[in-house]
Design a protein around this ligand. Sequence first.
Ligand code: SF4
Ligand code: SF4
Length: 158
Amino acid sequence: MVKTIKDEQPRTYFDCAKCPAYCCSIYDRVQVTKRDINRLAKHFGVSYETARRRYTKQWQDERVLKRVKDVIFEETCMFLDQETRGCTIYHARPGVCREYPARSRCAYYDVLQFERRQQDDETVIPVVQITYHEVKKKTTTADGGATEKVWEWEPEKA
Ligand code: SF4
Ligand code: SF4
């Protein structure tokens, strides 16, 4: 059967199954909404209050998922399986986890692949911190060249 890639189904250039879950580990705040907490409560069969207390914590004016010590990174999300590096609550994960990375490429995956190619070793796990910053780029569009918002990343060896 021929597979067609449509605009609304853009191809992705990353494979989470081959990644040590940078996004679950490096971002120390995975924000949760009331809806997310409700989903967690339903998933674990506990009350909203119990889920809120057991799985989340306050960080300034945000409610975020709790974290634990990790075997690879300093810390990681409490719901990451540290052996398989997969999410243990996949169907009940918060909205932000569903959206990430919200584009066809994942910068962490690019760095991972780059390092593995460089070192000719498929088992290497670079411990990197990526800094995002906003840049303005001139585009040559029919409307005379509007500015476009793009994101760039810089790998920094930890
Ligand atoms: S860092 Fe990127 S490739 Fe790795 S698990 Fe997260 S989204 Fe997937
Ligand atoms: S809930 Fe799952 S996908 Fe989200 S940060 Fe935790 S382990 Fe990762």
